[in-house]
Design a protein around this ligand. Structure first.
Ligand SMILES: Cc1ncc(COP(=O)(O)O)c(C=O)c1O
Length: 411
């Protein structure tokens, strides 16, 4: 019984919206089929969601976390930098110690032709820098890239894509861009003295790990040199030890004029860069000056992490472990549903006998706690690109889960 002076107040209790529905509403989506994993924390080889479900990371966020998550050398470098300062002007104005240290270490690893660096926020921005450098250095606006390549999502980088399925809604793009077939001898003719720059991957990542014919790669280099066309290698996915060398081109002994990097460079921090000789890389400082400027490119926090990653890669011996790990993956991935395993070190494409099994396998793996991913331009393969710190036991554990998902999918 209520006292006379009490009123009943009805309050409509609405259920709290889930993080999932808030995410789908408030965060702009890039596809109708997002993964929607609520990551709570990540450490080493593993990600953990809000229910403490553990995922073995066989993707590294598309080759970003090459030293795993929160690697101690990266965390230490970030803490040290955070105690000093977060940001001051980055693009060649204020003297940033870690920008110098990174470039000097890169020069020590690759030689003086890669000792001067322009730092960016991302891989796409680094590709833009290379595209602009091509025009500025050669005075030619025409550029080439390879078919089935992905170089980023800014308009210049998108213009380098050959597949119109993704780019048609954006056209017209940057003018003067044409494409050559990767490993196509015929298309080498397109490299002539009207072309300012050829931007290409050494190993085609999004095409599904397509390796170059070494003789073709050398012929590309020769033809570029002969026609005064700059050659830029986009090593954004293949860099920083992923293939067992610091950069994939070292294995082929074919050297670009400009080297584009990002992803694994920052150990999880956003950064990118273009490296080349001092003569080439000073192209933005005159005719006119301020040829490319960027508020956050080469941010002190990102560069502190990048120095830690580069020094660790160069000195720890971790790249020497890649070969054995790849062999173990290949041995463990023996299954009747797998047609082929292609690999450029720990960048691997697992091709299935039946393309229609790809979706169920990738989502089955996610359910089983193994993170792998698709390729942009390969409909029957999934990607395995784990952090280089992956142990033999983790390779066996992950491959056993892959095989049991394959068993379930093929029935
Ligand atoms: C080969 C390659 N180039 C460029 C990019 C673009 O890099 P970002 O996403 O950092 O802009 C990517 C990203 O996936 C890439 O794989």
């Amino acid at each position: 019984m209520l006292a006379d002076n009490c009123k009943l107040i009805f309050v409509e209790i609405k259920p709290m919206p889930s993080q999932r529905s808030l995410f789908l509403h408030h965060v702009a989506q890039t596809s109708p089929w997002p993964m929607v994993i609520e990551v709570e924390r990540a450490e080493g080889m593993y990600l953990y969601d809000k229910d403490d479900k553990r995922y073995l990371d066989f993707d590294s966020g598309f080759s970003v976390s090459s030293l795993g998550h929160r690697h101690p050398v990266v965390i230490k470098a970030l803490e040290d930098q955070m105690a000093k300062y977060l940001h001051t002007t980055v693009y060649g104005e204020h003297i940033q110690a870690s920008q110098i240290r990174f470039a000097m270490k890169l020069e020590e690893c690759l030689g003086p032709d890669f000792g001067t660096v322009y730092y960016t926020n991302s891989g796409s921005e680094a590709v833009e820098v290379a595209l602009k450098a091509g025009r500025k250095i050669t005075g030619r606006y025409r550029a080439l890239s390879c078919k089935n390549a992905y170089h980023g999502s800014t308009l210049g980088a998108e213009s380098l894509r050959s597949d119109i399925a993704y780019t048609s809604a954006l056209m017209p793009g940057v003018p003067g861009i044409d494409h050559i077939g990767f490993n196509s001898w015929e298309d080498l003719e397109k490299i002539d003295s009207s072309i300012g720059i050829l931007i290409m991957e050494v190993v085609q990542a999004e095409a599904g790990v397509i390796l170059p014919d070494p003789a073709w790669l050398r012929a590309v280099r020769d033809r570029c040199t002969r026609h005064g066309c700059l050659l830029a290698f986009d090593e954004i996915q293949t860099g920083f030890g992923r293939t067992g060398k610091l950069f994939a081109h070292q294995q082929y002994q074919v050297f670009p004029d400009l080297l584009i990097m990002a992803k694994g460079m920052g150990g999880g921090m956003p950064v990118g860069a273009v490296a080349g000789s001092q003569q080439l890389m000073h192209c933005f400082s005159s005719r006119p000056a301020l040829g490319h400027i960027t508020t956050f490119g080469g941010h002190p926090m990102s560069l502190a992490a990048s120095v830690a990653v580069l020094e660790f890669m160069a000195e720890s011996g971790i790249m020497d472990t890649v070969g054995d790990k790849v062999e173990l993956f290949k041995k463990e991935l023996d299954h009747s549903a797998i047609k082929e395993v292609r690999s450029a070190g720990l960048l691997m494409a697992i091709t299935l006998e039946k393309a229609e099994n790809l979706g169920p396998v990738v989502s089955g793996l996610l359910e089983s706690g193994v993170m792998v991913d698709y390729f942009l331009f390969n409909a029957d393969s999934f990607r395995i690109a784990p952090p280089l710190i992956v142990t033999p036991d983790q390779i066996r554990e992950g491959c056993a889960l892959i095989k049991s998902v394959l068993d379930k999918v093929i029935g």
